[in-house]
Design a protein around this ligand. Structure first.
Ligand code: KIV
Ligand code: NA
Length: 264
């Protein structure tokens, strides 16, 4: 199987059929997502979703590389994109390149993603010109939760729209092959999609984005409370709980292990 590339994704701008993207953090779930999605994001959301952190600020480069390697082992066809964690790229284009190159070399992934609009444009260009495909991420950027004062929908005040549109334009024009648009009001998301020449991947954005992404554990119903923009396409949490409860009962009443589970 030929793996999907950054140019393949970039060429989907304006397609009738949107790009299907999901996160994954482990090999077995990456293998399942690989059957249905074109893009698998190893999101730094893994800090909150599977490591129990309260924000993505504490996620390290080592965590991203380790989960990136696991996902690459599970996925054969989808393009794998790995988030650059907080603190690994903001300082300078050089710092970003050094850490992005480590991610690419040690995982074999197809691209990195980094948060921020106009202020990150020089960094996006520095990486893209040197062989590292970059996915942008504008609107609500969870790594800046401490300066934003929490996770807040962006663009509720129309006065802020030009700055958000400039953010998306600047990273796209700097060479990003696609841009995640997160947590913005629908009309702003649509204006961003119309304003840039590469695909927008929406999350809490608009059905008219060029693609959609969700956190896998959220849409599977594995992560408890989820933002309003998540639709739970599955309800695995309660089903896992039932299975664990029946295991516990079977151990306690000595019906497990049964005849078929012992060697004679
Ligand atoms: O970390 C993440 O999972 C993300 C997506 C939700 C876009 O950045
Ligand atoms: Na992220």
């Amino acid at each position: 199987v030929k793996r999907i590339t950054a140019p393949d994704i970039a060429s989907r701008k304006g397609d009738a059929t949107p790009i299907v993207a999901l996160t994954a953090y482990t090999a077995p779930l990456a293998a399942l997502v690989d059957e249905h999605a074109e893009v698998i994001l190893v999101g730094d959301s893994l800090g909150m979703v599977i490591h129990g952190l309260t924000s993505t600020v504490g996620v390290t480069l080592e965590m991203m590389i380790m989960h990136g390697q696991a996902v690459m082992r599970g996925a054969r066809r989808a393009m794998v994109v790995i988030d650059m964690p907080f603190g690994s790229y903001e300082e300078s284009p050089q710092q970003a390149f050094r850490n992005a190159a480590r991610i690419m070399a040690e995982t074999g992934a197809g691209a990195v993603k980094l948060e921020g609009g106009s202020r990150m444009a020089d960094t996006v260009r520095f990486l893209a010109e040197r062989g590292i495909p970059v996915m942008g991420h504008v609107g609500l950027t969870p790594q800046t939760t401490n300066t934003m004062g929490g996770f807040k929908t962006q663009g509720r005040d129309q006065a802020d729209w030009p700055a958000h549109i400039a953010d998306a334009k600047d990273v796209a024009e700097a060479g990003a092959f696609s841009v995640v648009v997160e947590g913005v009001v629908e009309d702003l998301a649509d204006q961003i999609t119309d304003a840039i020449a590469v695909p927008t991947i929406g999350i809490g954005a608009s059905v008219r984005c060029d693609g959609q992404i969700l956190v896998l554990d959220d849409m599977l119903g594995l992560s408890g409370r989820v933002p309003r923009f998540v639709h739970k396409f599955g309800d695995l949490g309660p089903r896992a709980s039932e299975a664990i409860a029946s295991y516990a009962r079977a151990v306690r009443d000595r019906s497990f292990p049964g005849e078929k589970q012992v060697y004679r």
